[in-house]
Design a binder for this molecule. Structure first.
Ligand SMILES: NC(=O)c1ccc[n+]([C@@H]2O[C@H](COP(=O)([O-])OP(=O)(O)OC[C@H]3O[C@@H](n4cnc5c(N)ncnc54)[C@H](OP(=O)(O)O)[C@@H]3O)[C@@H](O)[C@H]2O)c1
Length: 226
């Protein structure tokens, strides 16, 4: 099984790398700038490539990345929260912050799929896009977090369109909420650890056909009301 993970050098992405290597998969791990902890994994089935989701890659650029012709699973994990503290409150949010988070959390995954879709189609593979419950209007009871909520909400609808557009090519697409996970993004204050989140999401991906195309599903297998 060929697995490509974008945003794989720490946190949940690194957890996916370890999970799929343990499952016997061949894993291509994308990092933005530095491989970080990926360098410490000694496994011939791990391949590293540089991928910054805010950059535009031409077909020729993609050819240099050493990715497989057939991708069974593409995981778009890269994401940023944007300004912390009160930086995303109504008084402080800026147009620049909105656009920067949107570029990484919504445009980035879409462009990665655009660039890699033929390889996923080749394998009649699966695509998993990491959104967040914070992108759910239904779940929003506390307001604020403008940039992160908007970008993750937009990713849900982008992911749904991808699911529809790629269905005839045999590609299944799902949107995932990883839970509230102890990583750098949450300053390690989450409710669950990376292993629990990743093993739950991997189970959802494995059972992707139990869900409607483009469904928004949490790590525990429950549909996220949107
Ligand atoms: N943790 C949670 O509770 C939680 C909840 C809901 C959703 N999520 C989502 O789950 C995903 C993983 O979150 P996490 O908690 O593991 O976050 P994290 O610890 O902050 O890690 C984020 C990862 O994304 C990468 N990244 C950021 N910008 C990138 C770019 N422009 N190009 C490529 N890679 C980029 C980072 O690379 P660098 O090291 O180079 O910065 C890092 O590998 C994110 O999409 C996040 O929004 C997390």
């Amino acid at each position: 099984m060929n697995v490509v993970i974008i945003g794989a050098n720490r946190g949940i992405g690194l957890g996916f790398v370890r999970h799929y290597l343990q499952q016997g998969g061949e894993v291509w791990a994308g990092f933005r700038q530095s491989p970080g902890a990926l360098d410490e994994i000694d496994d011939a089935r791990l391949h590293l490539f540089q991928w910054d989701v805010t950059r535009n890659y031409s077909a020729a650029d993609v050819q240099t990345k050493g990715l497989p012709d057939g991708i069974d699973l593409l995981i778009n994990n890269a994401g940023v929260y944007g300004p912390g503290g009160n930086g995303q409150e109504l008084t402080h949010i800026t147009a620049e912050d909105m656009m920067a988070v949107f570029a990484t959390d919504c445009v980035g995954p879409l462009m990665a799929v655009k660039a890699l879709k033929n390889r996923v189609i080749h394998a009649r593979g699966r695509i998993a896009n990491l959104s967040s419950k914070m992108g759910s209007s239904d779940d929003n009871s506390s307001g604020g977090a403008y940039a992160y909520r908007a970008a993750k909400a937009a990713l849900v609808i982008v992911s749904k369109s991808l699911a529809i557009d790629l269905a005839d090519d045999g590609v299944r697409v799902i949107t995932l909420h990883p839970g509230w996970v102890r990583t750098d993004m949450t300053h390690h204050t989450g409710l669950i650890d990376v292993d629990e989140s990743v093993s739950g999401m991997a189970r959802v991906i494995e059972h992707i056909d139990d869900y409607r195309p483009g469904a928004f599903v949490a790590f525990d297998g429950k549909i996220v009301p949107f």
